[in-house]
Ligand binder design. Structure first.
Ligand code: ZN
Length: 311
């Protein structure tokens, strides 16, 4: 299966299974319980950045002027845990919140945050959340009794700040760069770079051996690869993916190589006139052998999207 070294080894393995079952393959109707955000997983990863390891990994960036939380956890109960931890780390009452994409484990815990929290999101993600959020939340509700409970009363509100491409947030002694590069796992994936600490929080765009998932019709392998090319020059010392283990800049090239292989394989079979179903089956089997330690099973659905979507 898969093995991981380093950060929270047993926990990372357990959470990777959850990530594989849920975020990496949202089509799967798996019945595994959702891990809850847990304060005991908090880890300081750099001078200003803390991470709650879980489903998802949640970043907290602490400056002298304000604190930025990245993702809410699934539903209000997890959101409340995140708020508690963020407030215990904060040096100021000013709290910013942003979300890496609209999927429920990243965005549905908003209501637990104090009303004074400044919510920031890119425009494309906001549009996508309004269009696809309710259906995706229902899908997550139907995955397990625990999910249903966590998502019973989701209350969202419009962001206080919307940005198109990039926003630099001065937190006091540390600046967070929030940016959108283009479609990848979803259309509105947002990334956060903390230059002072050389830490990148890329959402689901860069992960360690989790099969990338083109999660809806607007997701794009081609654009995802272009996004990774723009990320590479950042050479982050540390990457904090939304799911699974943390890693270094080498994760970017690893993710890119997988996506290029997937895209090329699908387009080659399409050019040969193979049906999407045949191609999905063939490539899924090939990739199981080629990438035995990558978790998740999104390859077949990715091939379908490459056949029909914007690639
Ligand atoms: Zn996702």
């Amino acid at each position: 299966m898969f093995r991981r070294k380093g950060f929270f080894e047993p926990l990372a393995a357990a959470l990777t299974i959850a990530a594989a079952a849920f975020c990496a393959t949202p089509r799967a109707q798996a019945q595994l319980p959702q891990p809850l955000v847990n304060e005991s997983t908090l880890k300081k990863v750099s001078d200003h950045v803390y991470v709650l390891m879980g489903f998802p990994n949640i970043g907290i960036v602490v400056g002298s002027r304000a604190t930025l939380v990245i993702d809410t956890g699934l539903g209000a109960r997890n959101g409340a845990t995140v708020v508690r931890v963020a407030q215990s780390l904060s040096k100021s009452p000013i709290l910013y919140l942003t979300t890496t994409h609209f999927h429920p484990e990243h965005a549905s815990g908003l209501q637990a945050f104090p009303p004074s929290t400044v919510l920031i999101r890119n425009t494309v993600q906001q549009e996508e959340l309004e269009k696809l959020g309710p259906e995706m939340t229902d899908r997550f509700r139907n995955m397990s009794a625990q999910n249903k409970d966590l998502l019973q009363d989701v209350q969202l509100r419009p962001p206080d700040i919307l940005f198109d491409r990039e926003l630099n947030l001065d937190l006091g002694g540390v600046t967070a760069r929030l940016f959108w590069l283009g479609a990848s796992h979803t259309k509105g994936d947002e990334l956060i770079f903390i230059a002072e600490d050389s830490v990148l929080l890329p959402g689901d765009i860069v992960q360690d051996k989790l099969i990338p998932n083109l999660s809806n019709d607007d997701a794009s392998a081609k654009s995802w690869i272009a996004d990774l090319d723009q990320l590479a020059p950042l050479q982050p010392k540390l990457i904090v993916p939304d799911h699974g283990a943390l890693g270094d800049a080498s994760l970017i090239a690893k993710e890119r190589a997988f996506l290029v292989d997937l895209l090329d394989s699908a387009l080659a079979l399409k050019a040969q006139g193979k049906s999407a179903d045949d191609a999905a089956q063939t490539i899924a089997a090939q990739f199981k052998t080629k990438y035995p330690d990558w978790a998740g099973n999104a390859v077949a659905s990715d091939v379908h999207r490459i056949y029909t979507g914007p690639q």
